[in-house]
Design a protein around this ligand. Structure first.
Ligand code: NAP
Length: 244
């Protein structure tokens, strides 16, 4: 079977995606940044249900660390055919007028440079005849702008969307599909990083579906986009935002 790399897979959407991919038969490289214990737990869970997985530490915004991570993947028996660019960060809710250059650059480094670097290394390896598939985890914020909360984060996701469109066109003839998902309000620990752990429950009534989403609901869409069932889909965006 094939090898899949999921960045930021120690918790949230990445974790749910890693677990589902392993169930589909992929060997999963569980990338994390700091929380080795949580990443180990994901690997142990996968192994306990008969799947194959291993952890791979790297800050996706650091070029040398990304290169070292992919060099580790090269040592696996299976070729890399799937990448989920998922590792993302945001900081405390704030208006644009209060944003520092340091904060903006930190967000862009992880959410944009990190996605570019992992795409670059994956594309080098997803050669024909196998090719491969990439799913970039964007956000509904790319469309909505996240005013009064984190426009810097929303803008980083706008860049992810443009990366998805451009790269999909560049590599379509090489047998590599590149798509994105745009989740809306998903129950994960990310909202605590924004300073409001209960954010999903506060705003869910404003959504057409009147509820937040679960990480597993996003994972299902990602796994479908990576699969042969989506073999004619590239440069596409799947909205997972409860209708918003
Ligand atoms: P989360 O629960 O905050 O988890 C973030 C993950 O990213 C963790 O595994 C973390 O690893 C990892 N990470 C952070 N910085 C990293 C770095 N520099 N290098 C490698 N890994 C790093 O996030 P989530 O809510 O699941 O979000 C996942 C993706 O979905 C993000 O791209 C986010 O923007 C997007 N999204 C989320 C929502 C939502 O409502 N939750 C909505 C739209 C889009 P450690 O734990 O090891 O630090």
């Amino acid at each position: 079977m094939a090898l899949a790399l999921v960045t930021g897979a120690s918790r949230g959407i990445g974790r749910a995606t890693a677990i589902l991919l392993a169930r589909e038969g992929y060997t999963v490289a569980v990338n994390y940044h700091q929380n080795v214990q949580a990443a180990d737990e994901v690997v142990n869970l996968i192994k306990a249900s008969g799947g194959k997985a291993f952890t791979v530490q790297a800050d996706v915004g650091d070029e040398a660390q990304v290169e070292a991570m992919f060099a580790r993947l090269d040592q696996q028996q299976e070729p890399l055919t799937a990448l989920v660019n998922n590792a993302g960060i945001l900081f405390t809710q704030s208006r644009v007028e209060a944003l520092s250059a340091e904060r903006i650059n930190r967000v862009l480094k992880t959410n944009v440079t990190g996605y570019f670097l992992c795409c670059r290394e994956a594309v080098k390896r997803m050669t024909l005849p196998l090719g491969g598939a990439i799913v970039n985890v964007s956000s509904a914020a790319a469309r909505l702008g996240a005013p009064f909360e984190y426009v810097d984060y929303a803008a980083s996701k706008g860049a992810v969307d443009t990366l998805t469109t451009g790269l999909a066109l560049e590599v379509a003839a090489q047998g590599i599909r590149v798509n994105a998902v745009r989740p809306g309000l998903i129950y994960t620990e990310m909202h605590a990083s924004g300073g409001e752990p209960g954010r999903v429950d506060r705003v869910k009534s404003m959504l057409p579906m009147q509820r937040g989403g679960q990480p597993e609901e996003v994972a299902q869409a990602i796994v479908w986009l990576l699969s042969e069932k989506a073999s004619y889909v590239t440069g596409s965006f799947l909205e997972l935002a409860g209708g918003k």
